[in-house]
Design a binder for this molecule. Structure first.
Ligand code: 2RA
Length: 327
């Protein structure tokens, strides 16, 4: 059926990628309305070879539409996502605005699509969370999870165009304008803001979102999130204690059999997850599998995914696809 679709934040990195993925997945877009703030209104975007003029987002923008994909920051989503939902649209929001709201489902289609209930406002998880919960869900189903510890290596595109520009300007020896230090010279262990307890908001997001998506509010999870001088493609190192004993062969098969995961794991041949492999695809790459002998039933793994695609735009469109194919 034809789905009248709004894309809010159409001029941004994620918004533009949403348009690309809508086209690639052949989503049945009946009518397209790209929306953005006054600052970007008037610019054009391409969709299926046709140019569309971006309209300024107002409360009336959603009238007569079926679906709204948001990626325009938490402030815009806080205000406009409920307006779109109350007008009867299915709303999928990529911002952090609604993720921790108990009423709002937080969805990764391969992991917890069943959480999509009648509530037509759905939150897209944080990019580093999405690529982590796929392998963790695969392992949880077979071996059970006892504890999770994340260390992330996050690309600058996670900060949008401003992050990419800071990498480029500091590579040329110019001063940084977005990050506190020249990202081309140093990793920066600060993503989003610092909280009272010394964690950053990004780390807190990964902890809370992991528990919500895996339906285990008491699962011990911790995280250290670091920005690295990589243009696109987040890496996440995961140390996980499983409930049950396992062999690496069992783990490898469990992961390889899981929808959305590509296992790349042969150190001798330099085969492991990289941005080079992941960028431009919608899959999560998993490798560097090995036993963590520092604890009982410990396993170490490393994942990479295109943080703009599977980490944001593709995950959102996949949710929309799953919902509208059921309508
Ligand atoms: C980042 N995960 O990488 C955050 C938001 N995309 O900056």
């Amino acid at each position: 059926q034809n789905v009248k679709t709004c894309v809010v934040g159409a001029s941004g990195l994620v918004g533009q990628t949403m348009l690309k993925v809508l086209e690639e997945l052949n989503f049945p877009v009946g009518e397209l309305k790209p929306l953005a703030s006054a600052r970007s209104a008037g610019k054009t975007v391409l969709f299926k070879g046709k140019e569309y003029v971006i309209e300024e987002l107002t409360e009336n923008s959603f009238d007569g539409f079926d679906l709204a994909l948001f990626s325009a920051g938490a402030g815009v989503s806080k205000k406009f996502a409920p307006i779109a939902r109350d007008k009867g649209l299915v709303v999928i929001d990529n911002s952090s605005a609604w993720r921790e709201d108990v009423e709002i489902p937080l969805i990764v289609p391969e992991v917890n699509l069943e959480d999509f209930s009648k509530n037509n406002l759905i939150a897209n998880p944080n990019c580093s969370t999405i690529q982590s919960v796929l392998p963790l869900k695969a392992l949880q189903d077979v071996f059970g999870l006892k504890r999770v510890s994340y260390s992330t290596y996050q690309a600058v595109s996670g900060s949008g165009i401003r992050g990419i520009q800071d990498l480029e300007r500091t590579e040329k020896g110019e001063d940084p304008e977005f990050y506190p230090y020249p990202i081309s010279e140093t990793a920066i262990p600060e993503i989003d803001v610092f909280l009272e307890d010394g964690y950053t908001k990004e780390e807190r997001k990964m902890i809370n979102e992991t528990r919500k998506i895996l339906h285990d509010d008491t699962l011990p999870v911790t995280a250290t999130c670091v920005r690295v001088p990589v243009r696109n493609g987040h890496g996440v190192s995961i140390a996980v204690e499983l409930e049950k004993e396992f062999t690496l062969e069992q783990v490898r098969k469990t992961l390889a059999d899981y929808e959305g995961i590509v296992v790349v794991d042969n150190g001798a041949k330099h085969q492991y997850p990289t941005s080079t492999l992941a960028n431009g695809t919608n899959e999560v790459y998993v490798g560097r599998l090995r036993k963590d002998t520092s604890c009982e039933n410990g396993l170490l793994l490393y994942t990479v995914a295109d943080n703009i695609r599977k980490g944001a735009a593709a995950n959102a469109v996949q949710i929309a696809h799953a919902i509208f194919s059921k309508k």
